[in-house]
Design a protein around this ligand. Structure first.
Ligand code: F6R
Length: 233
C-alpha cells in the first residue's frame, strides 16, 4: 500500500486527480467511482479541469434500492450533478435501484467483466465499509443486495429530510468485485474516519473490517488528510 498524507482534503483531492490523470496518460479507460462527501472535491477538480473524459467509461460502486434514477437522493442524480453533466463520459454504468435484484447484479458483473476497472475510487465508512459492504461481508462477495447498518443510515441521513426516508437496502459491488480493479485509490478525510483508517491499514485482515482487505491488493494508494491519519502509528 502506498500512503499519502496531505494537509487537507483539497490537497488530497488534487493528488488523487493527478493519479487519475497519470493513469489516463498510461491508457486507463475505465474509472470506478464512489459517491458520498469524500470525492466531492475530486469531482469539482475534474469538472473544472480541461481533461476530456468522452473516451472514458465510468462504473459506480453502489446505488440505493427502491430509488429511481431521477430521485434527487439517488446516486444517479448525485453523479450527474457532481460530474457527468459537466463532463460527459462515453458511457456511465450505475446499478438500477429499481431493477430486479438477481438480474441487475448479474448484469452488472457482466458489465465489469467486459469493462475491467483501471482505477477504482473508494471512500470508507466509519465502520470500515467499502462500497456498501458492511462489516461481516464475505471477502469473496460479488455485486449483491446489501442491508445498510444503522451507523451508515445515520451518517447518510444528512442528505434526506428524515432518517426514515433513508433506504435500508442497496445494491453494491462486492468485495471481490472491488478487488478486481487494477488500481485502487482510497480517500478518507476527517477525524471521524481515523479509527477505521487505522484498523484498515494497521489491523488484522478481517471480514469484520471490510477495508482491511485492501492490504491484499497489489496496487492501492491511500490518500488521507491529517485528521484521518491522526491515529496511524
Ligand atoms: C459511496 C460508498 C461508501 C462511501 C462511504 C463514505 O458510493 O461506496 O462506501 O464511500 O460511506 O462516505 P462519505 O464519503 O460520505 O464519508
Amino acid at each position: 500500500m502506498k500512503l499519502i498524507i496531505k494537509a487537507n482534503p483539497e490537497e488530497a483531492s488534487r493528488y488523487a486527480f493527478e493519479k487519475i490523470q497519470e493513469a489516463m496518460g498510461s491508457g486507463a479507460k475505465v474509472l470506478g467511482l464512489a459517491t458520498g462527501s469524500t470525492p466531492v472535491k475530486l469531482y469539482r477538480i475534474m469538472r473544472e479541469s480541461d481533461i476530456d473524459f468522452s473516451g472514458m467509461t465510468s462504473i459506480n460502486l453502489d446505488e440505493y434500492m427502491g430509488l429511481s434514477e431521477d430521485s434527487p437522493h439517488s446516486y444517479h442524480h448525485f453523479m450527474h450533478e457532481q460530474l457527468f453533466d459537466a463532463k460527459p463520459f462515453k458511457k456511465n454504468y450505475l446499478l438500477d435501484g429499481m431493477a430486479d435484484e438477481k438480474e441487475e447484479c448479474a448484469q452488472f458483473e457482466e458489465i465489469i467483466a467486459a469493462n475491467p476497472i483501471d482505477v477504482q475510487i473508494l471512500g470508507i465508512g466509519t465502520n470500515g465499509h467499502i462500497g456498501f459492504n458492511e462489516p461481516g461481508t464475505a471477502f469473496d462477495s460479488r455485486t449483491q443486495k446489501v442491508a445498510l447498518w444503522q451507523s451508515t443510515i445515520d451518517s447518510n441521513k444528512r442528505y434526506f429530510a428524515d432518517e426514515k426516508d433513508v433506504p435500508r437496502f442497496a445494491y453494491s459491488m462486492g468485495i471481490q468485485t472491488i478487488l478486481s480493479a487494477k488500481k485502487i485509490i482510497l480517500m478518507a478525510f476527517g477525524k471521524e474516519k481515523a479509527s477505521a483508517i487505522k484498523a484498515a491499514l494497521e489491523g488484522p485482515i478481517t471480514e469484520e473490517l471490510p477495508a482491511s482487505v485492501l492490504q491484499t491488493h497489489k496496487d492501492v494508494t491511500v490518500i488521507l488528510d491529517e485528521e484521518a491519519a491522526q491515529m496511524l502509528s
